[in-house]
Design a protein around this ligand. Structure first.
Ligand code: FMN
Length: 347
């Protein structure tokens, strides 16, 4: 309610400035007043080797520098993925580089892995170590744009973060780092071979894919992700596609599109994945989720857990706790004892 009143004001401000303002506000504890109650225990979800209080997580990109993940657990997210982090600090692309497509409940961003780099981010995590022990933190990793050896960048990030996070996501699908998506197809064997050689513990490694990959290549990549022993796949990152129903004038801005217009394609990728790999490894669904029905449709398509980012911008800080409450009610009234009963029932 309050957020809906404030939204027109916040939207006078440039999106990146508004984002930085919110991150700083979250850091001050002032927003502790909107701390949500713990998710209903019926939402407890197994994901790879983790037990989550809710299957609804925060997607990568909101907490790029691992500054506020502890605060996001308080808002009801069952797990939080921070990053993308690269070995060295990186400023990213020229501003402006985030655009609100308000009519479409969407965003376009071309940030380009702006982040404070591994050294600072490690400090930020260790600073909060005791406070996140009970909640699950994912570290999303990527290479520096001008790196001479991108695979080595992934390994450096993996080795430094595997022991101080609960899972690692290998991001090979951002559209804003030229050439990165080659790791989804032609360079995937080399990358996953090296990752496997470097494994230092049992913590899960997820691979995040793009919605723009062809269905055939998606199937090939998924098979490899399973064969190489990865523990999960995140579907999907933002899209370079511009569906023809988009109304906003920002349509022609370059970058990755997120939010509502992405929902159908991400869900299609999940269906393709579930049909191919079933529950061999879990699928984490992300793209345009903003309400209970979206979550249910993702679970039914085959996702074991879901994430959102753009929905938070449009629906406000209570989105996770509201969806948790509605999901718990849905399970109880339909006599469903666990989220896993909903996974993949479309197939
Ligand atoms: C502003 C912005 C920045 C993002 N940065 C990252 C990132 O650094 N790494 C990543 O893997 N995904 C990033 N994403 C993609 C999201 O994690 C998510 O996959 C995508 O936005 C689809 O979900 P949504 O429609 O709920 O936002 C970003 C998305 C947005 C909107």
């Amino acid at each position: 309610m309050l957020y809906n009143l404030l939204k027109p004001l916040i939207w006078q401000i440039n999106p990146e400035t508004a984002h930085n303002f919110v991150i700083n506000l979250l850091k001050t504890n002032l927003l502790n007043i909107i701390k949500s109650k713990n998710p209903n225990p019926i939402l407890k979800t197994n994901l790879a080797n983790m037990v989550l209080p809710s299957p609804l997580g925060l997607a990568a990109g909101f907490d790029k520098n691992f500054e506020v993940f502890d605060k996001m657990f308080n808002l009801g997210f069952g797990f939080v993925e921070s990053g993308t982090v690269t070995p060295h600090p990186q400023v990213g692309n020229a501003k402006p580089r985030i655009f609100r497509l308000i009519e479409d409940e969407a965003l376009i961003n071309r940030l380009g892995f702006n982040n404070d780099g591994l050294v600072k981010i490690k400090e930020n995590i260790l600073d909060k170590f005791d406070r996140f022990a009970l909640n699950k933190l994912g570290a999303n990793i990527g290479p520096n744009k001008n790196s001479k050896n991108r695979i080595e960048d992934y390994i450096i990030c993996y080795k430094s973060l595997a022991k101080i996070s609960d899972y690692i996501t290998i991001n090979i699908s951002s559209p804003n780092t030229p050439g990165l998506r080659n790791f989804e197809t032609s360079e995937i064997d080399e990358l996953l071979t090296e990752i496997n050689k470097s494994r230092i513990n049992e913590n899960s490694i997820f691979v995040k894919l793009s919605p723009d990959i062809s269905n055939k290549d998606l199937e090939i990549s998924l098979q490899k992700i399973v064969q190489y022993g990865m523990n999960g796949v995140i579907l999907t990152n933002t899209t370079l596609a511009r569906p023809n129903f988009i109304k906003s004038n920002f349509l022609s801005e370059k970058g990755g599109l997120s939010g509502k217009p992405l929902l159908d394609r991400s869900k299609e990728c999940i269906s393709i994945a579930y049909k191919l790999i079933g529950r061999d490894i879990p699928i984490i669904g992300v793209g345009g989720i903003s309400c209970l029905d979206d979550v249910l449709s993702y679970l039914n398509a085959g996702a074991s857990a879901v994430q959102l980012y753009t929905g938070l911008i449009y629906k406000g800080p209570k989105i996770a706790s509201n969806i948790n409450d509605e999901l718990a009610k849905y399970l109880i009234s339909n006599k469903i004892s666990n989220i896993s009963e909903l996974v993949g029932i479309n197939h």
